[in-house]
Design a protein around this ligand. Structure first.
Ligand code: OAD
Length: 249
């Protein structure tokens, strides 16, 4: 069954002409970064309203930094896995034209992907909440919390909390592509957080084929997505690339 689905996806990608991917935390799980939802998820341990909103951060930055440091530690040591590498390879083959990622771990770029739209920011750099100045991570004091800018404002990783706006340019690019693409791969996301979750819906409405890669069904499965390849991205995506290579020989 999966073998047949892999072939079908390979053929779809070879002849699509315009393909995007929407990725989420699941693709980085095999790199050792926990997802948000599910039994081992970050939101099982940390209450969203107390730790993941911009109001919570302003109210008690030291408390929220407790969680941010844990995330920072998981992400800083992480390396791309075969799922990230396969997407980078699809781009090099001319078969993947944009990745829109909700992840803030920089692993797509490290795997070699170039056209990456960061929908929720990136934790490799920090930013002042007040004057918006960017701070190099290495120069931020993570011992005396919370770190502050020379303007006095709170400094935080340049990734968004709930209640903050999606970076404008990222949003424009992602939704334009959603309307233009012929195929969208939805990889490792529960697709429950808007507005990112609207991207596959918009793509579908514009006529795209929606293919999910996820070990579990999601809210999109059977409603928005045309197919679900059930399994880990790190296992399935490299097999799809291998299939395409074999067809191109
Ligand atoms: P979630 O934690 O909500 O969902 C992760 C998805 O990955 C689930 O559907 C899993 O079944 C799937 N998954 C698990 N292992 C996988 C694997 N090896 N390969 C592929 N898929 C796998 O993460 P996101 O959907 O990314 O936002 O969450 C969206 C947003 O919610 C995040 O960007 C974050 C969070 O709150 C903010 O904090 C603003």
């Amino acid at each position: 069954m999966l073998e047949e689905q892999v072939k079908q996806l390979g053929e779809l990608l070879m002849f699509s002409g315009r393909t995007m991917a929407l990725t989420g935390a699941g693709i980085s799980l095999d790199s050792g970064i926990p997802t948000f939802r599910g039994v081992q998820g970050l939101w099982e341990k940390y209450d969203i309203m107390e730790y993941a909103t911009i109001e919570a951060f302003r109210r008690d930055p030291v408390k929220v930094w407790g969680m941010l440091l844990e995330m920072d530690q998981a992400m800083m040591g992480a390396k791309p896995n075969p799922g990230h590498t396969a997407l980078a390879e699809l781009e090099r083959m001319g078969l993947l034209h944009m990745i829109v990622t909700q992840n803030v771990d920089n692993l797509h770029q490290e795997a070699g992907s170039r056209e990456v739209v960061e929908f929720h920011g990136n934790v490799r750099q920090f930013r002042c909440l007040e004057c918006r100045q960017i701070h190099e991570r290495a120069k931020v004091d993570l011992v005396n919390l919370p770190p502050r800018c020379h303007c006095g404002g709170l400094v935080k990783p340049d990734a968004i909390f709930f209640g903050e706006a999606i970076p404008w340019a990222a949003s424009v690019k992602a939704f334009e592509m959603a309307q233009q693409c012929r195929v969208i791969l939805v990889v490792g996301t529960s697709a429950v957080v808007a507005p990112a979750s609207e991207i596959p819906v918009m793509a579908k409405q514009a006529g795209a084929t929606v293919v999910e890669i996820n070990p579990e069904e999601t809210v999109l499965t059977g409603r928005v997505s045309d197919t679900l390849l059930k399994g880990s991205a790190a296992t399935i995506l490299p097999v799809v690339v291998e299939y395409i290579k074999s067809r191109r020989q």
